[in-house]
Structures are given as structure tokens and as C-alpha cells.
Write a protein that binds this ligand. Structure first.
Ligand code: UDX
Ligand code: ADP
Length: 478
């Protein structure tokens, strides 16, 4: 029947569920949106002035809707039973052990959420269940089966849709308000099509109709993995080119610009650097490879795994470059690290290349002095702590600085590992004056003006740029 007031419930109030539901509530005042979570502290945070997710503009959106048509609650069962549309947006971390360890998704949270939905069939209210978490291909089908198994007794009926989220961290609200596209996967049956239409109607409140794309369930699921894999692949491709640039004297930014002029290639997402990070890329590439493997496609699996392998190569290549430049020894030397987050604008360090670079330098017994405008000292210490090294010693080896100048004071070398804008405009003369001689800059993000900094007196390495004469013919480290 035509419900007067649509009720939406979202299971999981994390990075994806929170912002995406807040934007739906903002744009659809006639829809009641309840975001539920098993974590009480998370829910309390959503109901406070300090939201658990930091995204520019999110505070304002939540403030505008909370208490109006947006609520956050730990009463999962009640809100799920009440809802017409249930989004499932729980975490699906990578399995740490067991089958597919390190590659496959851990679906334990997802299954527990699916069971809550299934139990709600007793409420008798028909539901559309929307998968929003990044899940393996064909998970929606598994969801259908579970729901069917539970509702066999003639309770509510369910239609499962897949509606993956594509926003980037740091621009979540902007991306949600103005998405490139909204993807909805569903069954090609009457009930399936009508469910797709219902979800389309929600997004149509603010997204132009031609940007709402519908596909089959499994195409939608695969598209999410494929999108991230292709983006990661671009970064690894340009990074592989950067290695050849250094070996031949070409400049990777010129090559990327020249290549990007071709509309078929496009000019975005071709910045060479110290490697990609973030919570999605590596995870989704490995998930895609795992799906290939499980479907008897080892060559396709190998192809995608290579995207991650090049990323690892790029990080270790950077560390080797730092060590070999500094006379093949960094033991006891202070190395400043500017930037620890996986990209500018965020305080997130998940899979950040800076973590691996720091660990590599610490492994060679360097003293690392880290500055990042958005990452806490606690986080930096947690990420750099190695279980092997004695705690006290590790503490001595890692300093956390309040600004770039403090980080660089007395250092032999300086590594730029995040593309924060403020690193472009530092007073490199002042930094140089405070450093040891020879003073090295290792730019892993292409933010330093190589010519200017070289003129000051630095020995400069910038990923994919023609090598400083100093760096040529040094004994290599393996
Ligand atoms: C990504 C996707 O962009 C987004 O669509 C998806 O929903 C989630 O994953 P995010 O992880 O927030 O978003 O970061 P993104 O901006 O894509 O950057 C990922 C990593 O790639 C960063 O470490 C970044 O520094 C690196 N990168 C990006 C490059 O090294 N070069 C580039 O040209 C672009
Ligand atoms: P994502 O980045 O995918 O949004 P997060 O880890 O940020 O992932 O958030 C997922 C949220 O889902 C967490 O707050 C977690 O407590 C919640 N969650 C996990 N399982 C359930 C469940 N069965 N019911 C309700 N909430 C759940």
C-alpha cells in the first residue's frame, strides 16, 4: 500500500551510515530516519555536540535534522520493525584469520544485522532492505535467502537492493549532496522494480533523475569493488611509471599531464606519490582479487593483486631511497616526517603510507619526528608502536611535534608523506637553517617546489622527478 509517511531505519551509525542518513533526512523532510547501532557510546556521540564522524559540514546537517526527522538510537529491534526501508551499513572488516584471511570480508556483523532484519518479519510490515556496506559480490543474494528462510511462515516480505556508497573521506557531505551518480541494484521482477522505484523516489528529492542508475543486484555490488579497484589501479600505474621516470630522467608530472589530455584517459587521479592509503582501496582490491580466486579466475586475481603489490613496492622504494641517500645509514639520525594521515583534509591514518614509511625508518633505527595537523599524538604512537621493539625504546625513537619547524629542528632529513596544502608554503629556508648538513628533503607527495628548495641548499628527492645529481650513483640498498 501507499504509506503516507516513509520510515527509514539504518543499521550501523558509522562512517557510511551516519553521514548518508543525515543527508537523506536533510533532503527529505517528510521521511523519518532512525539510525541505530549496537554501540551505545556511538549513539550517545551522535546525540551530543561531538559527533563520532568528523566531516566538513556534517555538524550543520545533523543539527538541522536531529530531533526533527533524524534520530539516533540503540533500540535496534524496535526501529527495524517499524521501518519501510532498512539500510544495512555495518562494518565488514577484512578477516584476520581463517579462510580468506587478509583478503576476504568478515561478514559476522553483516550476518547479525541480517538476522535482526529477519526477526522483524514477525512485525508483519513489508520491507525494502538496502545493502549499503561494502560487501562481497552476491552478498545481497545471501541476504535474500536468510530473509526468505525466516519469513517462510507468512510474515512480512522483503525486497533486497544494493545501493553502494561512493563518497570520499573529507568530502562526504559535499559528495552526498551532489553525487556523480547513485547506483541502485535490484531484481528484475515486479516486486524488485517497485522496490527500486521506492528507493529512487528517496534520492530523487535532490539527485537529478539521470544520475540515478539502476542495475542488477550483483552488478551494483561488483561496481563498488570495481570503482575502487580502477581508481587504485590508476594510482599504482602512475606510481610504476614514476619509478621508470627516476631511472630515465623523465618527469612523472609532465608525463601524467600529457597522458591526461587524452579524454579517454582523463587527467584526474594521476598524482604519483608514496602510495595510496585509506580504508577502502587496498581492502576492495584484495576483495576483488579474492572474488576472482573463488570463481576459478587466478589470472584475473593476480592482475588485481599486482595493484597492491606495486603500492607496497612504492612505499618500500621510498624508504630505500631515504636510507641510501643518507649514506646507507639512518641509525640514530633524526628524520622529520611531515604528514601522517592518508590524504590531506582528514585525520584518518588507516593504511596510510606514512605508517609503513615510519616503520621502515624505525626498523633501520632512525629517530622519527612526526608532525600532522590533524592526527593526534596518541594515534601516531599507536600506529608506529611495534610489538617487537621494547616500549621504552620505541617511545624514544618517535617524537611528535607541534609544527613542521619543530619536527625538522636538528634533523638530517625531512619526508613529506601527506599532501597537506600547508607543506607547500612552509619557510623552507628556516627549516634548512635548523637542519644538519647535508640536509635532505624526500617529497612523497609532489608538494615541494623542487627548484626553489634545491636552490636553498637541500638535496631533494621527489617521487618520479629527475634525480638530484647527488642521488645518482650511490651504493644501492636492497
Ligand atoms: C576512496 C574513493 O575515492 C571513494 O569513491 C570511495 O567511496 C572510498 O575510497 P578515499 O579513501 O576517501 O575514497 O580517498 P581518495 O581520495 O580516493 O584517496 C585514496 C588514496 O589514494 C590516498 O592515499 C591518496 O593520497 C591516494 N592518491 C589519490 C594518490 O596517491 N594519487 C592520486 O592521484 C589520487
Ligand atoms: P563503515 O565505515 O562501513 O560505516 P564503521 O565501522 O564506521 O563502518 O561503522 C559500522 C557501525 O555498525 C559500527 O558503529 C558498529 O557498532 C555498527 N554495527 C555492527 N554490527 C551491528 C549490528 N548487528 N547492529 C547494529 N549496529 C551494528
Amino acid at each position: 500500500g501507499q504509506a503516507a509517511m516513509v520510515k527509514i531505519c539504518c543499521i550501523g551509525s558509522g562512517y557510511v551510515g551516519g553521514p548518508s542518513m543525515a543527508v537523506i533526512a536533510l533532503k527529505c523532510p517528510a521521511i523519518e530516519v532512525a539510525v541505530v547501532d549496537v554501540s551505545r557510546p556511538r549513539i550517545d556521540a551522535w546525540n551530543s555536540d561531538r559527533l563520532p564522524v568528523l566531516e566538513p559540514g556534517l555538524d550543520a546537517v545533523v543539527r538541522a535534522c536531529r530531533g526533527r526527522n533524524l534520530s539516533f538510537s540503540a533500540d535496534v529491534d524496535r526501529h527495524v520493525a517499524d521501518a519501510d526501508i532498512v539500510f544495512v551499513s555495518v562494518n565488514t572488516p577484512t578477516k584476520a584469520r581463517g579462510l580468506g584471511a587478509g583478503r576476504a570480508a568478515d561478514l559476522a556483523y553483516w550476518e547479525s544485522a541480517a538476522r535482526v532484519v529477519a526477526a522483524a518479519s514477525r512485525s508483519g510490515k513489508n520491507k525494502i532492505v538496502v545493502e549499503k556496506s561494502a560487501v562481497p559480490v552476491r552478498t545481497a543474494e545471501a541476504m535474500e535467502r536468510m530473509l526468505l528462510a525466516h519469513s517462510g511462515g507468512g510474515g512480512a516480505t522483503f525486497q533486497v537492493l544494493s545501493n553502494p556508497e561512493f563518497f570520499s573521506e573529507g568530502t562526504a557531505v559535499r559528495d552526498l549532496l551532489c553525487p556523480d551518480r547513485v547506483l541502485i541494484g535490484g531484481r528484475d521482477t515486479d516486486a524488485g522494480r517497485s522496490a527500486v522505484r521506492a528507493l529512487r523516489d528517496v534520492y530523487a528529492h535532490w539527485v537529478p533523475e539521470d544520475r540515478i542508475v539502476t542495475t542488477s543486484l550483483c552488478s551494483a555490488e561488483l561496481s563498488k569493488l570495481a570503482a575502487n579497484a580502477l581508481l587504485a589501479q590508476r594510482v599504482s600505474s602512475v606510481n610504476a611509471i614514476s619509478a621508470l621516470c627516476e631511472a630515465t630522467g623523465a618527469d612523472v608530472s609532465d608525463v601524467a599531464r600529457a597522458v591526461g589530455w587524452d579524454d579517454r584517459v582523463g587527467d584526474g587521479f594521476l598524482n604519483a606519490g608514496v602510495g595510496f592509503g585509506g580504508s577502502s582501496f587496498q581492502k576492495d582490491v584484495l576483495r576483488l582479487a579474492y572474488a576472482c580466486e573463488c570463481n576459478g579466475l587466478p589470472e584475473a586475481a593476480d592482475y588485481w593483486r599486482q595493484v597492491v603489490a606495486v603500492n607496497e613496492y612504492q612505499k618500500s622504494r621510498f624508504v630505500r631511497r631515504v636510507v641510501s641517500s643518507m649514506f646507507s645509514t639512518v641509525a640514530g639520525k633524526k628524520v622529520a616526517v611531515l604528514g601522517f594521515a592518508f590524504k590531506k583534509g582528514v585525520g584518518d591514518t588507516r593504511e596510510s603510507p606514512a605508517v609503513d614509511v615510519c616503520r621502515g625508518l624505525l626498523g633501520d633505527r632512525a629517530h622519527v619526528s612526526v608532525y600532522d595537523p590533524a592526527v593526534s599524538e596518541k594515534q601516531i604512537r599507536r600506529d608506529t608502536a611495534s610489538p617487537a621493539a621494547a616500549k621504552a625504546q620505541a617511545h624514544q625513537q618517535v617524537l611528535v611535534a607541534r609544527d613542521a619547524y619543530e619536527a625538522a629542528e636538528g634533523a638530517h632529513g625531512l619526508c613529506v608523506l601527506t599532501d597537506w596544502d600547508e607543506f607547500r608554503t612552509l619557510d623552507y629556508r628556516r627549516i634548512f637553517d635548523g637542519m644538519q648538513r647535508p640536509a635532505f628533503v624526500f617529497d612523497g607527495r609532489g608538494v615541494v617546489d623542487v627548484g626553489k628548495v634545491r636552490e636553498i641548499g637541500f638535496v631533494v628527492y621527489s617521487v618520479g622527478k629527475p634525480l638530484d645529481p647527488w642521488l645518482k650513483g650511490l651504493p644501492a640498498v636492497a
